[in-house]
Design a protein around this ligand. Structure first.
Ligand code: AMP
Length: 352
């Protein structure tokens, strides 16, 4: 807490994040808002990040795990950074490790546990009254098409489809052989919802007490988006279990008649997160689901921090354009909130 005060009271911050995921967007946004920028960079990626002039300083680590070292944390604290968390932080460190980091983190670091733990995640979605896919308790209960998932933010890597016990065992065996998992207990089985996947990118401003929709995307996933390029006669002959590894993203606009419900969902989610995990969800979050043939949104996941699909909108999106007279990426919106919080002396409300 002492360390936190030291930084907050100094009034001279650098915005920082890990070099991956959406770091270019975030640091570009920070520079546009007038902040100094510091990128925490694995040495192997230095040639990429040295290209971008809006990055004032590169802070090198051998790997992101080194962030757990007190010595490294102290060095970063002395540089007065505010750390913006994203998917790479979550996939490299466990949530209890993130909770112990002393560097001030934008948003609510305690809610990252609720993103990573499937049971907690389910509770937050249930208490928000979301339509969610049915959870299947065990492989013997698989009756219809299911998607089998790994825990944590794996970006869809390793997911597979199963339609009965045998197909589950087959997919599981392959993951064990590839040493992705040790036992089937590490897998989570969910009803597969037929429809179109949509990712709704929101920002909640505690300063304005308002939810903003800043963008919508869908993902481009290997192999599931590639399999349609192979004729069905060939598909049948392949011993091939398509996976859902995210490679990129496409922009989407939604039918306008569907928009109202998205705001109601997001506002309910903000309210529920305040109750279950104070201080709630200051900053970006993403509701992830499938619109079925009736136009019903079935939420299969949420991300309690910025998602990489926001990289589409570095120059703004159709939705941010409705709210701002200037290009407003999610990264820039985060930094605008930080700037406003500093001005109002409310920084403690948006960092943990
Ligand atoms: P996730 O990592 O949970 O966001 O999911 C990765 C991908 O799996 C998504 O982009 C969807 O294409 C797909 N997916 C996840 N859950 C479901 C579900 N319950 N029904 C249908 N598709 C899903």
């Amino acid at each position: 807490m002492k360390l936190l005060s030291k930084i907050i009271d100094s009034n001279d911050y650098s915005v920082s994040t890990l070099g991956s995921h959406c770091s270019l967007q975030v640091l570009k946004g920070a520079k546009d808002e007038g902040f100094k920028t510091l990128l925490i960079c694995e040495k192997k990626r230095s040639s990429l990040y040295k290209r971008f002039k809006f990055i004032d300083e590169l802070f090198f680590l051998d790997n992101f795990h080194d962030l757990l070292s007190k010595d490294i944390q102290n060095k970063l604290i002395n540089k007065k950074i505010l750390l913006i968390p994203h998917g790479t932080l979550i996939s490299n460190l466990k949530y209890d490790e993130i909770e112990k980091i002393n560097i001030p983190i934008f948003g609510n670091k305690w809610i990252l546990r609720w993103e990573a733990d499937r049971e907690l995640k389910q509770k937050l979605m249930y208490d928000s009254n979301f339509n969610t896919p049915q959870q299947i308790k065990g492989k013997k209960e698989i009756k219809n098409l299911c998607i089998v998932k790994l825990h944590g933010a794996a970006g869809g890597k390793g997911y597979f489809l199963a339609w009965d016990e045998q197909s589950f065992d087959e997919g599981c065996r392959k993951l064990i052989e590839k040493k992705v998992i040790k036992t089937e207990n590490e897998l989570y089985i969910q009803e597969y919802v037929i429809g179109v996947p949509i990712f709704l990118q929101f920002f909640y401003s505690p300063l304005k007490n308002e939810v903003e929709l800043l963008g919508i995307d869908r993902r481009y996933e290997s192999d599931i988006d590639g399999i349609g390029r192979i004729p069905s006669q060939v598909q049948i002959k392949l011993d091939f279990n398509p996976t859902y590894n995210v490679i990129g993203n496409f922009p989407v606009v939604l039918r306008e008649s569907l928009l109202q419900e998205t705001f109601l969902m997001a506002e309910k989610f903000v309210e529920t997160s305040k109750k279950l995990v104070p201080p709630g969800i200051p900053g970006p979050f993403c509701l992830e689901g499938v619109y079925d043939r009736n136009g019903t949104f079935v939420t299969f996941e949420f991300s309690a921090r910025i998602v990489a699909g926001t990289n589409l909108f570095i120059n703004g999106s159709p939705y941010s354009d409705l709210l701002y007279e200037e290009p407003m990426s999610m990264g820039r919106r985060i930094c605008r909130e930080i700037k406003e919080a500093i001005r109002l002396d409310k920084l403690r409300e948006i960092i943990t």
